[in-house]
Design a protein around this ligand. Sequence first.
Ligand code: SF4
Ligand code: MG
Length: 327
Amino acid sequence: RVAGLSKYFDVGGLFQRRGRLAAVDNISFDLAEGETLGLVGESGCGKSTTGRLILRLIEASAGSVAFRGENLLKLDATAMGSHRRNLQLIFQDPFSSLNPSMTVHEIIGEPMHVHHIDAGSGITRRVAELLQMVGLNPAHMARYPHEFSGGQRQRIGIARALALSPQLIVCDEPVSALDVSVQAQILNLLRRLQQDMRLGLLFISHDLMAVRYIAHRVAVMYLGKLVEVAPTDAIFAAPRHPYTRALLDAVPAPEPERRARLVLDGDLPSPLDPPTGCHFHPRCPFATARCATEAPALVADPAGHAVACHNWREIPAWSGLSPALTR
Ligand code: SF4
Ligand code: MG
């Protein structure tokens, strides 16, 4: 349970205006046991920072992250250390996240050594089991990362993340660096492992179709804030926030002329100097005077569909995904 999570950076100096950058700005959401939550948004919106704050790879400026009733952000190093095995990260780049001078056995076995789990042959047995789980040949555990393809390296990264049987894995753009042909295989693997092991996944991605495939719920971020959170089917059938609609409209479609697209004007504003009121108002075709002065709160309906927009009830019905993209 993430509540009021924020990360501010002080930036600027001699040649630049000083300011405070709100990379993550007072966000709250829950992630249930065995649930996959997709976190989407443009690059720079704060998705990766959110994942790293939860794992305490960077320290938050404010807020709390309750994990099984304990606020992770308040734990000292020892107490946090014992939680580490429950909380793992899969990186975007399987090329740079694996130590090239270590064998696969050493890479996957390392977390077990660090947490003093099973010594010796127990580790080898577990590494073999993990390699099998991610679809790699256990006989290849003495090989080095460069001997594997990109997709295989991401499988090694996944095996390493699974080594300690975690409860939550933050997956930060886990397929973005891979060839398109390999992406579906890795998504399938993650989805199967998530189901089999009842893993909680925070699946960070800018790829909406990947998120739709893997996530039970979706959270949309814009300039450090959550603007919409909803069950996956609901958000793809009837997105409420104009920014979510624009993201969906930007998904390449085979027959684009069949849709009335919402195309965003202007660049993503600087998070250093975000617009007043609703951060989205300079780009929003549905903005009213109120939007420039008053920031909308994220409000959920009884079905758990939350949106931060003053006007979502008044704006015209969304024209829908291209028929070719609907299941
Ligand atoms: Fe657009 Fe106003 Fe809604 Fe913001 S609050 S998304 S500016 S309509
Ligand atoms: Mg990122």
